[in-house]
Ligand binder design. Sequence first.
Ligand code: ACO
Length: 439
Amino acid sequence: MAENERSDLDHAAGRNGDGPAPVKDEAPAQQVAPPLPQPGGGRYAQIVGWGYHVPSKVITNHDLEQIVDTSDEWIRTRTGIEERRVAADPNETTASLAAAAARKALDVADVHPSKVDLIICSTSSPEYIFPATASVVQDAIGAVNAGAFDLSAACSGFVYGLAMARGHILAGDAEYVLVIGAETLSRIVDWTDRNTCVLFGDGAGAVLVAASDVPGGIMATELGSDGSGADMLIVPAGGSAHPASLETVSNGSHFIKMEGKAVFRFAVRVMAEATTKALDRAGLTPDDVDLVIPHQANLRIVQNSVLRQLKIPEDRVFVNLQRYGNTSTASIPIALCEAIEAKKVKPGDNLVFVGFGGGLTWAACAVKWGVPTAAPEVGWWRSTRRQAGYQAAAARSMWRRAVRWMYDVWPADPEEAASGDHEATAPEPKKQVSGSRGE
Ligand code: ACO
């Protein structure tokens, strides 16, 4: 997109910042939804950037046949999955995948990381129990003005994150919110348990949500939870209920445990119900939906819920689980990016994102897509400046660590220095958190 066209669009959208501006709704009259409630007083939350990153290592069903007692035929017919990506390199962690996806989302939006107000990272396989993976990402991408927190709602987490982003934007608390879904489930899967290890994969997807005065964007959300089913999909140990001990490690309590059949029944029911409720709130019906992007857990769940119960035809449902397996909270943003690449999303389209997962939780949202999906042309100068910005973020992070180390060596309190009590021996340098590795 030429620079002068961009500024015209920005002007039309009433925005001064950079990034692609949402376009006015150009859908034919019969597709236009009834007037929406405007809780933000004419302020809307539009998705303006998107990106995903998956590890390069592919594990096929045939590879799994060598590891556990399973078959390609069983996995394909019971789940639809053919292969998945696995973070084989120890430097590939949830934060590094998340940071890569986040950078791509910012690049598509052409927004500088310093403009991001909030980073929400949804994950069930975080970098650490704390600090939040979102904070590691914040440092890695140089989002120096952003707050950051992790969100735990299992596979529903990305849609929960969109709901949080919408709330912050409509309340006027944020202009740009980065919502990330990222997982390295391969690190918490029991590779001897055929009931679970064939299902999951690793990856990350991110979207940048921006304040806009163009109607549409994230229009309505439906969030739910039934904690009575908490033990149906669980990593039992490592929290306060069962802290890590020799016993928890030796009996495999740090791995994912799942009652597959019960989760299946629950998923089929809530996917349809949550979608219907989110559409109702947006003033839409299943007939108005241009594309459903469901959580990519199992093809049979999608067929039994979205296709059969909601009667939404197959060509309006996006599925890519055959190549990635269930990447939990990353599955919807990865699928969104691939749907955009496949030219299945255009301005004015009504989209539904719907997910379910551990908790038990479920979440759906209705989105009226607002921005062009053709990647804007980025000149060499902008692209070089962007790369330099990420290098600067890594340098800034190292500088801050160095300054903290200096405070450890030299006392900040001059009286303490004068008393001579201070041990002037240099401490061991602190270990760098993994999200910034190799930056
Ligand atoms: N290969 C071969 N056989 C297998 C495998 C395998 N990988 N896994 C299970 N089986 C066997 C079982 O042992 C069982 O054998 P049995 O009849 O001799 O006891 C048989 O296959 C049937 O097992 P079921 O569990 O009845 O199989 P089902 O048709 O229910 O499919 C599955 C299992 C795929 C797990 C399905 O129940 C499912 O998809 N559930 C939902 C899971 C899910 O989506 N979880 C993620 C939630 S998102 C999140 O928060 C992470």
